[in-house]
Design a protein. Sequence first.
Length: 751
Amino acid sequence: MALPTIIHDLALMLIVAGIVTLIFKRLKQPLVLGYIVAGFLVSPHMPYTASVADTENIHLWADIGVMFLLFSLGLDFSFKKILKMGASPFISTMAIIFSMSMLGVFVGHAFGWSKMDCIFLGGMLAMSSTTIIYKAFDDLGLRQQQFASLVMSVLILEDILAIVMMVMLSAIASGNSPDGGQMLGSVVKIAFFLVLWLVVGIFAIPIFLRRVRRLINNEVLLIVSLGLCCAMAVFSTKVGFSSAFGAFIMGSILAETIEAEKIEKLVEPVKNLFGAIFFVSVGMLVDPQIIVSYAWPIITLVLTILIGQALFGSLSFMLSGESLKSAMRCGFSMAQIGEFSFIIASLGLSLGVISDFLYPVVVAVSVITTFLTPYMIRLATPAYAALENRLPSRLIRTLNHLSMSHPNSQQESAWKRLLAQMALNTMIYSILSSATIALMFTFVLPLMRKMLPGWTLHWYANAITGLLTVTLIAPFLRAMVMKKNRSEEWKKLWRESNRNHLPLLSTILARVVIAVAFIFYICNYLSRFSNAVMITLGIVAVMLMVVSRTIKRRSILMERLFINNLRSRDIEAQVQGKKRPLYEGKLLDRDIHIADFEVPTNSLWMGSTLKELNLGKKYGVHISSILRGGFRLNIPDGDYVLYPCDRLQVIGSDEQMAKFAQALETNVIQEDLTLENREMRLRQLIISANSPFVGKTLEESGIRSIYSCMVVGIEEGKENLSPVHPNRRFVEGDIIWVVGEETALNTIAPH
C-alpha cells in the first residue's frame, strides 16, 4: 500500500533538517539557519537534490508551526509583563513602525515601483519576526538577559498592530481613506475582542482547570492546552483576525494559571516539531532565479533593514528611555522581517494590488536577514564599543544614563490615578456588557421567538429576553457605576477641597449615563416605547442595581474571583517561595538585574559548596536565593552545597550572566560515547587450582577494587545462591557468580 505524499515529504524534510542542523550545531551556529538551509535543499528550486512533492500541505503544516510558536510565546510572556514595563515598549513600537514604513515607501519609490507596491513594502519592512528573534535568542542563550525582554515586548505589540496595519492597507487598496470610519472601526474591534478574550479567558479557564485538576495528568493537560489553543485560533479567524494571533492570546491567558510552567514544558516538543517545519518551509521559498533577476533591489532592501533597524530601531528604544548600549542591543536584534511580512504580501496579492515579483523578493530578503539575525545580535556590543571610542565621553555618559531617572518612583496625582482606574473599569465592564447583549440577541432572542411564535407571544419573547439580558449585565453595570467611589484617592480628593466635589460627582453621573445607555439600547431594540419612557426605565433599573444587595454580592464575588485567577500564579509563587524579590525593580544600575538558572542534573558543580565554586570571583555574580523543591534559602552562605535541579536566583549584569550561563552549561559530566561497551553482564566463575583467588577472602581477592566487578553469590547445592561471608576464603571448586562489564569479566572469567 502506497504511503500518502505528505509522509514522504515529511520524512525528507526531517531527515535533511536533522543532518543540516547537526552540522550547524557542530559549527556552533543557530539552528534556525540550519532549518532554512534544509528548506532550500528540499525545495523544487534545488535541482540536484530530492525535493518536496506537495508544497501546499507543507505550507499548511508551517502555518500550524507559527500558531504553536506564538502559543508558546504567549505562555512565556504574558500581557502582565508588558504592562509592568510601562509605556516604554509602546513608544518604541510606534516609532519603529513609522520610521521603517517610511523607509520602505522611499526605497520602493526609488526603484520606480508602483504606489501600492511601495505602500505594501513599507508595511512589510515594519514587521520584525517574532518567531525568528525568539528562536535566535533561545539558541544564543540570551532570553534571560534584560534587553531581550524589552525586544519581545515590542515584537508582541508589533504583531498586534500588524492586524491594524492590514486593515489599513486593505482600506487603501480599496480606495478608501485610511483615517476614515473603517480604520476607526477596526481599531475598536481589535480593542474590544482583545479585552473581551483576556477578561473572559482569565475568569473562566483557571476555574475550569481548578475543577478538573485532580483528573488531569500530563497527557490530558497537553491535549486540553492544544485544544484551547486551536479553539481560540479558530475563533480568532472567525472574527477577522489571524490564527496565530488567537493562539498567542490563549497562551497569554494560560500564562496566568498555576499550570503555565507545566504546559510550557509539555508543549515544547510539539512547538519544536512544527516550528522546524515552518522554518524549513521558509527556506523552500528561496528562488535563485528571482534572487538573480532582482539582485540589486534585494541587496538594497537587506541593507535598508539592517541599517534602518540598527539606526532607527536604536533611536526608537532610546526615545522610550533606554540607555545607548541597551537601545543598540535592542535595535540590532530586530533587523529582519518574517511571518507577518509574508501575510501582508499575501494580502496584497489576494487583493490584486501589488506586483507578482514583490512576494518572492520579500521572501528572499526575509531569508537573508534571518541568516544575518544572529550576527546582528552579536554585532551590537562591538558596535557600541566602537561608537563609545569615537563619541565624546561626556555625550556617551549622558546617553547611557538617560534611563536612570526611575519615573515609577514619582508620585502620580490622585486625580490621574482615579480617572485612569475609572476609565479602565468603565471600558472593561462596557465590553463585557456589550458582549453579553450581542450573545443574547444573537442566540437567545431567536430561540425565544421560535418557542413563542405569533404576534402576541412575540412581545413576551422580547420581554423575557430583555429581562434575562438586564439580569446578566446588572453586576457589570453596578460595578461600572459604584467602583472607586469609596477609594482612597476619592476620599483624599473629597477632603482636600470643596472644588473637587462637583467634578467627583460628575464622574458618577457620567458612568450612570453610560449604564442607562445600555438599558436604553436593550429597550429600544426589543420594544417601541417612547424615548422618554425608555430613559426612565433605564434610570430606574440602574438605581435598583445600585441599591440591590444581591447584585452587589454578585458583582463583588465575580470581581474577587477574577482577581484571584489573575493572581493565581503569583499566589503559587509566594506559597512555594519562587516569587521575585521586591527590590528587583529598584536596582540602580540598568545593566544589573535578576535571572533564574537551574543546576543541570549532570552538573560537575553538584556536591560542591558555594565557597569551593567561588562564583562571585570567577563570574562576578551573586547568588541571592536557592530554591530546592518547595524550600527557599535566601542569602546562602559559603558552606551551602549545590544539588541537581537547584534553582539559583542570580544578580549580575548581562555580560556576567552570559559567562555564568555558559559555565553552568559547560561544567557538566560529558556523555559517555562508549555507552554500548558499558553493558553489565552476569557470569559464572569456577575457582580452579591455579586461580589467583584461591585461599583469599572476598576483600583480599580484589574482585571489586581491582577488577570493578561484584560477587553476587556462591553455589552450595541449594536452590538459591548463598551470600559470600567476608571472612570465607575461596577454595578450589567454588562456583561463584560475578556481575561486571564485559571487558572486566573477560579479565577474571574468560570464556
